[in-house]
Write a protein that binds this ligand. Sequence first.
Ligand code: ARG
Length: 471
Amino acid sequence: MSKLWGGRFTKKTDQLVEQYTASIMFDKEMAEEDIQGSLAHVTMLGKQGILSDDDVDKIKDGLHRVLQRIKRNDIEFTIGDEDIHMNIEKSLIDDVGSVGGKLHTGRSRNDQVATDMHLWLRKRVVEFVDMLHKLQSALVEQAKANTDTILPGYTHLQRAQPILFAHHLMAYVSMIGRDIERLQDSYKRINVLPLGAGALAGTTFPIDRHFVAEQLKFDAVYENSLDAVSDRDFILEFLSHASIIMMHLSRLSEELIMWSSTEFNFVELDDAFCTGSSIMPQKKNPDVPELVRGKTGRVYGNLFGLLTVLKSLPLAYNKDMQEDKEGMFDTVTTLQGALQLFAPMIATMKVNKEQMRKAVNQDFSNATDIADFLVGKGMPFRQAHEVIGKTVLYCIEQNKYLLDLTLDEFKQFSKLFDDSIYAILQPEQVVNARNVYGGTGKTQVEAAIGRADEVLEQTAAWIAEYMERSR
Ligand code: ARG
């Protein structure tokens, strides 16, 4: 089979080399973007008088037909044509004849592949904002249903202070909010046009890069042709953001797994999101969060893979850079899989409010509040800490909780105690006393939910606008 670049060669490519160097197996994912870029390029060639209107029309019609055939699965891509760019160019030439060979005027695969990836990734980024937005909404809804649900808050995985379950969920809403902001911010660096950089140095043809950018809805054009074809920062950035998102999901996964154990029994995941055991009939396993936790590893791996590919790589294009795609595709697929399941899994999760409450009644997570009580009576905090430490030790020895102590018992530890301590020690009071901006007090949590609702609306508007812009 003849190569598009065969002129300089006297021998056929070794078959193993063809196989080794081809990328069509995976870069066919960007077929649509490749044609989108070519249509803009050839339109510009016509406008600049580089190609005749007649040639431009033939090429455009041919590209549209090729696209339709690809969508119908009616083109067989071949390894002999190496990658999606040359497969499409070959199909175009088969369709329109030798005029199709004019498409590549003033262009190189180096600026072409970069353009395809920018076009492809910007769509994914908007879709991910949309998916994260759905997860945020599910979390906010669960939070709204749990503004009276109290559970122990933990540090070191030891009971620390009681909190509202809504507050815990809203922590994840904040984390995902940052994920969304990072993706939104990265859009402006993804949405830059490399085309027109040629192989590395620009082109001798009088092209109009800004016109191409406008047609493809890019906000800017790469300043430097070498940078345009060598830059993969935008992919690295995406892989970093994806890694942080997966890290967040893995933390929530770990909590869901723990909370749904018999030991905690705080939540129950819906049957639809769990699987059974082939041997133990009683089992209901949280496979989805477990796999999300596990798949976080490959997403980190893809980030490190590409960082390593690019390390010390001289400018400009090197074939090494073909290694930028599979990790990116894999990360996109992995993240899509996780996010697609997470929102409905959170929405359908049953919250075992009584069990959470029971746990709070059986711990010392109100200890800080009696220390604060003594401080209110004028005792230095350090001394109060010591007094309450002794009180807790006494309780443990007596097999009691703080609320079980009589006032006489309290008074053995400090004369400052009075009857009001019992109200202060109630979990609701302990929670609501933290009425500070960002704290777990109910008023504050309700305010946080209100702010989240506003942000959700703003994000929805962003998504609508950028879905349109990234097409
Ligand atoms: N398949 C190649 C890649 O993904 C396209 C660019 C090829 N450029 C070249 N000079 N061989 O990197």
